[in-house]
Design a protein around this ligand. Structure first.
Ligand code: RAM
Length: 895
């Protein structure tokens, strides 16, 4: 059997890769003892590894002659086992424009652009301020850009490289250039802008051809973040592209954006990621992106001399329409038609319009939940959070879907139609970064299945260009959220390319003093806003948020074995560590007026425990105390001082492990020694002789145990105190963003698996199944986003962070655990006492799918495991251990 699933940088036959050292992977269905790999391109000396005596099939790094830009390569691999060599398996890849010097094109800027600057502060948001004019008076229309060019006969290959300061869609000769949406995605545009690659060979014809670009504000100039301020990166949109044409006679041509490009305003009144889109079909100029169209009354563009060095070939999967959901119900109200799609998503609707008259205005609003009585309710408050689309009809039957916006919603309300809407007239279009879904979890309990599905949906809704907090209120790449969720995310999908690209942004956003910001991309506007704010708005870096620079790479490495993700982020995490060490000199506010012994001073000087942090954000019991904007400040105040040094120690430990993996032994030893010092200082300052901690909140105990902040001999009493806290809350959790990922593991690891199981099955608020029982279809931001009496908090219903429990379902309930990087070794250790009869789950490993299915009867359990070649797995149940052979095997165990 030949190698299968050939990948370059995780992708099948990618075009437009940007690395000079791509890695090659494949999967084999035998025990490989050697491999051989060849890479070739016309006219370039190839690379042949020769016979390599190695079982490795994953991420084998290219080490041939330097790859050149805009070049097609073919490669092949074969694998040897006891049965001899396989046949060769073949695939291809292509490079993008890898160097700034490859760019001859100019950035082109449509001239008719009124600057739209709306600046709001967090205080404005809290005070309920906002614009007092309608969006059509404040927002501006997207632009169309058009370039006509000639193609000769004998074209063999055409590749377009394009991007924008804004969001754009590319069209060729009247068709879309491909199926991606909202390109180039969100980036830290000051430092890097992703360039998309398109194969246009089949789309071009001999003679005149036309390239069209529709260009809107997007993340560059549109409204964004908590405050809904606009123009956070820049005020004017622009685009750049370069089309490379190869002919059969060996000649090449380049069509580049420049002064010959024409522009005009498009058929949109406005389009904004937050407010929504307003499209006036009466102003469509049909044929604008085809040859023969007269653009005589369009305007000349301006060339802008931006630096080409920010241009980076896009890596990973673009945003696409990943699925469509039918309407489950359509209900006429006196005030529009409410459509229920049955699922909270990120996306928009596609609507069929009939019997309209010219100028008829159809308005589509979006929300995640209705009020308890079924009436329309907007759960997202804030400035510019309208999530409302408008279609103005030209009087023709048509189908319409917005182009440059997306919303977080389950329900749409449509008003302004001339005939009643049927379910056939409308679908919800889900958009997301189109990651390969590699995992799955199912149990014989529908509530657990729903919980898992809710996590998957929140992951889908928030893996949209960058990992975001929520797809309707902020759409921001909060570091703490992904820090908490990365483990779960990595089971469900192939997240390495997506998160590696985001980490590149995060590193670009690192401050010169080493601080890793609380979200990325971070704009110049964000930096200025933090500098001018007081209190929570002034936070730039924070414990548990900034630590994403260590946690995310480490978890990715654990699951994928990808060392590059460690190498790339190592220096940045060390700089963050050094920042913490320097900031440790400052005393926490609780100690500034306290007389300290020399010993205590020395201990305090090691601890990063000053400054403002989000702490164990949204801890349930703290949220019960007062109005929302006051309640959210309680956990930061109570837990910041304790939690910051805990993350400091944990990040040092993770960095030490990373240094070991990178064979930086001296660093590893130094980092581990510093971690030990921090832990010792923490113990002497905060851990009582009886294992008690100064703040009696579950999350503080959970993190202290998870991060080894408590000396071994005190662990049992600390754990007992945690259990006591759980019981005092009526066997319910009381953990915030940072501690929830560790809660159930800590209980299991300290001898309280039955308490962990009880929390999983708890159905009273706050609990995971409370949400499920109350109709949740995604994970909620707060455990009480919808209270038992139906009261809805103005909070998001689509935040993946509390869905970190999904990782526990895979690791502890199904029992699949990677025990060395990239599942080289794995343990299968199901929890037969979890309270269900049957579980099946699988994850994608670098070696193929690792799956487990178990079923329990009264006193026995039957476990079927599918182990790919390349994974050495052990089945464990209590004291019982079985070494698993590759392939499928079934085991009956007494339990
Ligand atoms: C909220 C975000 C996010 C969280 C920050 C601290 O507004 O939604 O989830 O990380 O605040």
């Amino acid at each position: 059997m030949t190698p299968r699933d050939l990948r370059v940088e995780y992708l099948e036959a990618p075009i437009g890769i940007g690395t000079r050292h791509p890695r090659f992977s494949w999967i084999v269905d035998h025990a490989q003892d050697a491999h051989q790999l060849e890479v070739k391109s016309a006219g370039v000396p190839g690379w042949d590894t020769g016979v390599v005596e190695s079982a490795e099939t994953s991420l084998i790094e290219y080490a041939g002659e330097a790859l050149t830009s805009n070049t097609a390569y073919s490669w092949r691999a074969r694998s040897r086992s006891g049965d001899g060599w396989t046949a060769w398996a073949e695939s291809t890849f292509e490079t993008a424009l890898m160097d700034a010097s490859d760019w001859v094109a100019a950035w082109v800027e449509p001239s008719q652009q009124d600057a739209v600057i709306e600046r709001w502060s967090m205080l404005d948001w809290i005070r309920g301020l906002g614009p007092d004019t309608p969006p059509e008076d404040r927002l501006r229309p997207p632009q169309l850009l058009r370039q006509s060019f000639e193609v000769r006969g004998g074209l063999t290959r055409a590749r377009l490289y394009a991007t924008a300061r804004g969001v754009y869609s590319a069209f060729v000769n009247g068709e879309r250039a491909d199926d991606q949406v909202l390109a180039p995605g969100s980036d830290s545009y000051e430092h890097r802008i992703s360039v998309q690659s398109y194969d246009l060979t089949a789309a071009l014809a001999e003679g005149e051809n036309v390239l069209g670009i529709a260009l809107a504000d997007g993340w560059w100039a549109g409204r964004l973040g908590l405050t809904g301020s606009s123009a956070q990166f820049g005020t004017r949109t622009s685009a750049i592209w370069q089309l490379h044409l190869d002919y059969a006679d060996g000649s090449t041509e380049v069509v580049a954006s420049g002064a010959d490009v024409r522009s005009t305003v498009g058929p949109w009144v406005y389009a904004d990621l937050f407010v929504g889109e307003n499209y006036d079909a009466r102003t469509v100029q049909s044929g604008w992106d085809r040859p023969g169209f007269d653009d005589g009354d369009w305007m000349a563009v301006a060339e802008v001399s931006y630096d080409h060095s920010v241009l980076r070939p896009f890596a990973g999967e673009p945003i696409r329409r990943v699925r469509e959901l039918p309407a489950l119900s359509v209900t006429e109200t006196g005030n529009g038609v409410i459509v229920d799609f049955g699922q909270v998503i990120a996306g928009r609707v596609r609507l069929r319009l009939r019997d309209t008259v010219p100028g008829q205005r159809v308005v589509i609003e979006h929300t995640e939940t209705l009020a308890a009585d079924g009436t329309w309710f907007d759960n997202i408050v804030g400035i510019n959070k309208e999530q409302t689309d408008v279609f103005v009809s030209a009087g023709q039957d048509s189908e319409w879907e917005p182009e440059f916006t997306f919303h977080g919603f389950r329900y749409a309300r449509v008003a302004g139609l001339s005939r009643s809407l049927t379910a056939d007239d409308i679908v919800a279009v889900v958009i997301a970064s189109d990651l390969e879904q590699t995992g799955g979890f199912e149990a014989s309990d529908p509530r657990l299945d729903r919980l898992h599905q809710n996590v998957v949906w929140s992951q889908r809704g928030n893996f949209l260009s960058v990992p975001t907090d929520c797809p309707q209120r902020e759409k921001v790449g909060w570091t703490g959220d992904i820090q908490a969720f990365v483990g779960a995310a990595a089971n469900n999908a192939q997240v390495v390319p997506f998160l590696s690209r985001w980490l590149e942004n995060l590193r670009a956003d690192q401050l010169p003093d080493g601080r890793i910001p609380i979200f990325s991309p971070r704009s110049p506007f964000d930096a200025a806003a933090a500098a001018n704010a007081h209190g929570i708005g002034s936070i730039v870096a924070a414990a548990g948020w900034s630590d994403a620079i260590a946690t995310v790479p480490w978890v990715l490495y654990e699951r994928s074995g990808d060392r590059r993700v460690l190498e790339d982020n190592y220096e940045a995490m060390i700089r963050w560590i050094e920042y913490q060490a320097t900031a440790a000199a400052e005393l926490p506010s609780s100690l500034v007026d306290v007389e300290l012994s020399d010993e205590r001073k020395a201990a305090q000087a090691l601890l990063y425990n000053s400054g403002l942090h989000f702490g164990d954000w949204l801890t349930p019991s703290t949220m019960e105390q007062g109005p929302l904007h006051e309640a959210i400040m309680i956990a930061p105040a109570l837990t910041g001082e304790l939690i910051a040094p805990m993350f400091q120690a944990q990040t040092l430990t993770i960095a030490a492990r990373i240094a070991t993996a990178l064979k930086r032994e001296a660093d590893a030893a130094a980092l581990a020694a510093r971690a030990a010092q921090v832990r010792e200082a923490f113990t002497s300052e905060y851990v009582g002789a009886d294992g008690d901690l100064p703040v009696r909140l579950q999350g503080v105990y959970v993190l202290a145990l998870a991060f080894d902040m408590v000396p071994v001999d005190l662990r049992p009493t600390t754990a007992a105190r945690l259990v006591d806290l759980v019981q005092k809350r009526g066997d319910r959790l009381d953990t915030g963003f940072l501690s929830t990922p560790y809660l159930l593991d800590v209980l299991c690891d300290n001898g309280y698996p039955e308490v962990a199981r009880g929390l999983l099955w708890q159905s009273e608020m706050p609990s995971w199944l409370y949400e499920v029982d109350h109709g949740a279809t995604t994970m909620w931001e707060a455990w009480d986003s919808i209270a038992p009496d139906g009261t809805i908090r103005p909070m998001s219903l689509n935040h993946y962070a509390p869905g970190s429990v999904d990782d526990w379902l895979y690791r502890r309930v199904a029992g699949i655990r990677s025990t060395s990087a990239g599942y080289r070794t794995a343990v299968i250790e199901p929890d037969f006492d979890i309270g269900v009869d049957r579980v099946s789950a699988h994850v994608g490993t670098p070696h193929g799918r690792l799956a487990v299915e178990w079923e329990k009867t009264v006193d026995a359990a039957s476990v079927t495991v599918t182990v790919p070649f390349g994974v050495t797995a052990t089945l464990r149940a209590g004291a019982h251990e079985v070494a698993l052979d590759p392939g499928v095997s079934t085991h009956t165990l007494a339990v």
